[in-house]
Ligand binder design. Structure first.
Ligand code: HEC
Ligand code: HEC
Ligand code: HEC
Ligand code: HEC
Ligand code: HEC
Length: 434
């Protein structure tokens, strides 16, 4: 199979979150005395407006995003002009300490960069549109790409986990979906309205010239540029990533429960998902029941704002075993929860058995053999199921040595990510064994 999702991004993807900035522009022209008063009043008026009108995100926030441009504001300290997450951490340690454990911080991953030498830098940049999208993160040419891929092997961490500013300075791409990706454009900081005041618009602050507060950060749409493909890329009616649409069709959207409320509780930068067993358990309810000849596990999606799982890469396996008194399996059953796709002259959907928000499904083991004394249910999660196949395909072909080293690493990581989500046995009704 070809590498996963070649050039899926396309420009249309980034037209999604465009909004217009209507905030004030501060005029620094010298002014005549007689109009001083009028201008002062006007400025006060503008500031009052700014405090009540939400400016939204600047137009094209996700369209070729750039965190810096030209020289930095002349009166800023070196720390304020440093875009690395280690630098933000000096003042925002709480966000840094959560974010550094999230997959966003590790999006410049071995499984990603190991595929790049086969593609060339231009196509690799199309992948970076979600994995490290700032202009400051994209490759300027083939040499920059090769250098970065080699450097990534030497420094498996894309940044200093202790926020040590003296650590070797790595390319900003290595910190993946970094702080500046979501918060900085042309040097300015953008964030949600402060919890204390709820103010929107330009907010003064003790560093980096304050910031612009907008409720756009609280909207599910904020996550769409990377977690929702355009409808034009649909396979069997649904894009490979369809998370925002799935959310819109769920009762969570109606109830105003956004992506952030589940994935950033209390504004914590956790972004926990299917790689985190505790998060997945929070989303599901399990109920195991039985009769003389059958057993059934009912799984309900109770707190997941999209399909379980939302992406095409994980696989969830439900297994049941009828066991005899020695624990030997006499009969077994298996069901898969997956949206399975296959590349065959374009992407095809083979099946979609995912659990939709609110859905309950029973997995029934019927006709249990007479000698069975118990039935055991297990639910296995393989978060990177699809990629495991991609990696073994790649490794079976010719690979450049650095790329191969990355993919070997990715392959091990993918296997190590698998876990048992649920395991429970019930004694068979009427069975005489202890
Ligand atoms: C020298 C300290 C300092 C550094 C370095 C710094 N900040 Fe800030 N930041 C502040 C202060 C002070 C505020 C004002 C509000 C507050 O107290 O949180 C602020 C506010 C913000 C806000 C708005 C918070 C809100 O309520 O919406 C964001 C977003 C932000 N910073 C992002 C960043 C990012 C991203 C970086 C690194 C590229 C960074 N900051 C570096 C001190 C700093
Ligand atoms: C539209 C945004 C987007 C684009 C473009 C994109 N990805 Fe991803 N990618 C994601 C998201 C989101 C995930 C996480 C999926 C999940 O777990 O839900 C991901 C996960 C991955 C993973 C598994 C996790 C890891 O980092 O090891 C690999 C490998 C990967 N992508 C490779 C690629 C490659 C190669 C390209 C370019 C051909 C690409 N991606 C383009 C959004 C994107
Ligand atoms: C994937 C996008 C994303 C990344 C990456 C990200 N943030 Fe945020 N950040 C957000 C969103 C969205 C909110 C608002 C959440 C809400 O209001 O529920 C936010 C809120 C904040 C706030 C305001 C917190 C508060 O309690 O008021 C600060 C400060 C901040 N982020 C700093 C950072 C720093 C520093 C980093 C890197 C260590 C970072 N962010 C990485 C999306 C991001
Ligand atoms: C700039 C692109 C971008 C934005 C914006 C973004 N994400 Fe992500 N997100 C990614 C990528 C890429 C990954 C996969 C990282 C990896 O594993 O390589 C990811 C991974 C995740 C995961 C972990 C998935 C798993 O498999 O466990 C969650 C949860 C998540 N994002 C939620 C959010 C939420 C909520 C928002 C909005 C507040 C958001 N993201 C905004 C690019 C983005
Ligand atoms: C009601 C809570 C809730 C809401 C709302 C929600 N999620 Fe999730 N999300 C979860 C839970 C729980 C999981 C873990 C189970 C799973 O993987 O589906 C998860 C998993 C994920 C994953 C992991 C990958 C995968 O294939 O499942 C991503 C990515 C993600 N969410 C993104 C988002 C985005 C983007 C939004 C908003 C459009 C959102 N989520 C809304 C609860 C929620």
């Amino acid at each position: 199979m070809a590498s996963f999702m070649r050039s899926p991004a396309g420009n249309a993807l980034f037209a999604v979150t465009r909004q217009t900035l209507t905030g004030p522009k501060y005029d620094r022209q010298p002014m005549k005395r007689q109009i001083w008063m009028a201008v002062t009043l006007m400025v006060i008026g503008m500031m009052l407006t700014a405090a009540s009108v939400d400016p939204g995100l600047p137009a094209g926030y996700w369209d070729e995003p750039q965190a810096s441009s030209g020289g930095p504001p002349h009166n800023w300290s070196q720390l304020e002009t440093d875009l690395r997450p280690e630098s933000c951490a000096q003042c925002h340690s709480e966000q840094f300490n959560s974010w550094k454990k999230s997959l966003h911080a590790h999006a410049y991953s071995p499984g990603l960069v190991g595929q790049f030498p086969n593609m060339g830098h231009a196509e690799a940049n199309s992948c970076l549109q979600c994995h490290a999208p700032l202009k400051e993160q994209l490759y300027t040419g083939p040499d920059a790409m090769e250098k970065s891929i080699t450097l990534r092997l030497k420094h498996p961490q894309g940044f200093s986990e202790d926020a040590d500013l003296e650590s070797p300075v790595l390319p900003l791409a290595h910190s993946g979906v970094s702080c500046a990706v979501c918060h900085v454009r042309t040097w300015q900081r953008f964030g949600p309205p402060p919890k204390s005041t709820g103010a929107v618009g330009k907010v003064e602050g003790a560093a980096h010239g304050g910031f612009t507060a907008t409720r756009a950060f609280k909207s599910s749409q904020f996550c769409a540029s990377c977690h929702q493909f355009p409808q034009s890329m649909a396979i069997n009616g649904k894009p490979l990533e369809n998370t925002l649409n799935e959310w819109k069709e769920s009762s969570f959207s109606e109830g105003g429960i956004t992506c952030q409320q589940c994935h950033m509780p209390d504004r914590k930068h956790e972004f926990r998902g299917i790689h985190d067993p505790e998060m997945v358990r929070k989303g599901l309810a399990f109920k195991l029941t039985q009769s003389n000849t059958s057993a059934r596990l009912t799984i309900t999606s109770k707190w997941i704002g999209h399909a379980f799982p939302t992406y095409v890469t994980p696989k969830v396996i439900v297994l049941a075993d009828a066991l005899d008194r020695d624990g030997k399996s006499l009969r077994s059953w298996q069901w898969d929860i997956i949206r399975e796709i296959e590349y065959d002259n374009g992407w095809q959907e083979k099946r979609d058995t995912r659990l939709m928000p609110g859905e309950s499904r029973a997995f029934s083991a019927a006709d249990i053999p007479a000698a069975a004394t118990s039935v055991r249910y297990r639910v296995l999660v393989q978060p990177d199921h699809f990629y495991k196949g991609t990696y073994s395909d790649l490794l079976s072909g010719d690979m450049e040595p650095d790329a191969k080293a990355h993919i070997q690493k990715a392959s091990k990581l993918a296997a190590a990510n698998e876990y048992i989500l649920f395991e429970k046995s019930v004694k068979r009704v009427g069975s005489s064994s202890p």
